[in-house]
Design a protein around this ligand. Structure first.
Ligand code: PSU
Ligand code: MN
Length: 310
């Protein structure tokens, strides 16, 4: 019944049949995170990076009442250029399917769809979190409870400083989500390798991260893991350079009364404009880096568990 809703791209269907490593990729980053045509170019480059690392990419989106697990070239082009694509989180997924609209999956919705497709690992750029001023706005991304509920390991470059990072970590701790910094002690902050906060956990190998997810399954613990992978050194943007753009974007959002689902896309868009595209190159570099680590973790899961054809 559920499987009727899913359409697998040919390479993903083949990987599932063989039980080889698959890495899920989200599509909100394409529709609401980067401008056309860089968004489509970046999406293709990320998929190529996953293949180069020996795994199969599965970019997830919703079209024509179906969940696409892996997009064809034409579908990716259509998605990258379309206007009025729905931004799908847990709350919107069913409505989008029923209404036959085009939808891009956020971290939360991509986790749900990846899990339905039997995919354990998902690489992206940044996750949503507790927004600054959440004590009055109540703005907490649905990505956070999803990490507590759905057993997918998510690789991100930490969270952007548009968020309240200490509160984001507190929320994840409450929901029992392991937050694992890769190869360092500090929790990374997207454009910078160090947020000034210590990550709750540290792991230095993809094998450990894979084993920890399998251990959670053995323990009967639901929910995923957040792997915080620092941006490559040469792509890092100094805090002095990015902070003014962040502060200005936040002030504009407040002045214009931006709320709910629009907040994050508005901030991402403004920061990009304010840094004149400087942040886009870094953004792409960190997603590629996360795709490589995601592939390595997915390969380790297959190695440790043995191939499980689906
Ligand atoms: N943060 C980023 N880049 C992104 C997003 C967040 O640095 O692309 C996107 C992701 O799709 C994430 C979503 O799941 O925004 C979170 O939106 P919200 O804060 O409305 O939950
Ligand atoms: Mn929100």
């Amino acid at each position: 019944m559920t499987q009727d809703l899913l359409i697998y791209a040919p390479e993903v269907a083949e990987a599932r049949a063989k039980g080889t490593a698959i890495v899920a990729l989200e599509s909100t980053i394409i529709t609401h995170g980067m401008p056309f045509p860089q968004n489509v170019e970046a999406a293709r480059a990320v998929e190529a990076e996953v293949r180069k690392a020996g795994a199969t990419p599965a970019t997830i989106a919703v079209m024509g009442g179906k969940i696409l697990i892996g997009l064809t070239d034409a579908q990716l082009d259509a998605l990258g250029q379309a206007e009025h694509v729905m931004k799908l989180s847990r709350a919107d997924l069913a409505a989008c399917l029923v209404q036959g609209k085009m939808g891009a999956t956020t971290v939360a919705a991509t986790m749900i769809c990846a899990h339905l497709a039997g995919i354990d690992v998902f690489a992206t750029g940044g996750i949503g979190g507790v927004h600054r001023g959440a004590d009055t706005s109540f703005d907490i991304s649905a990505d956070l409870p999803e990490l507590g509920d759905t057993p997918v390991t998510v690789i991100a470059a930490g969270a952007k400083a548009i968020l309240d990072l200490p509160k984001t970590l507190e929320y994840l701790e409450t929901r029992g989500v392991p937050v694992i910094a890769y190869g360092q002690d500090a929790f990374p902050a997207f454009w910078s390798r160090d947020s000034g906060l210590k990550a709750p956990l540290r792991m230095d190998t993809a094998a450990d991260i894979a084993a920890a997810q399998l251990m959670r399954t053995r323990l009967g613990l639901p929910g995923g893991q957040l792997v915080a992978n620092p941006i490559p050194l040469d792509a890092e943007i100094a805090r002095e350079e990015i902070n003014p753009a962040i502060e200005q974007a936040l002030a504009e959002a407040e002045a214009q009364g931006i709320a709910a689902k629009e907040v994050t896309p508005f901030l991402l868009d403004r920061i990009l404009e304010l840094t004149e595209g400087r942040s886009l190159a870094s953004n792409i570099a960190l997603v590629l880096n996360n795709a490589r680590l995601g592939a390595a973790i997915a390969l380790e899961i297959v190695r440790l568990r043995g191939p499980q054809p689906l």
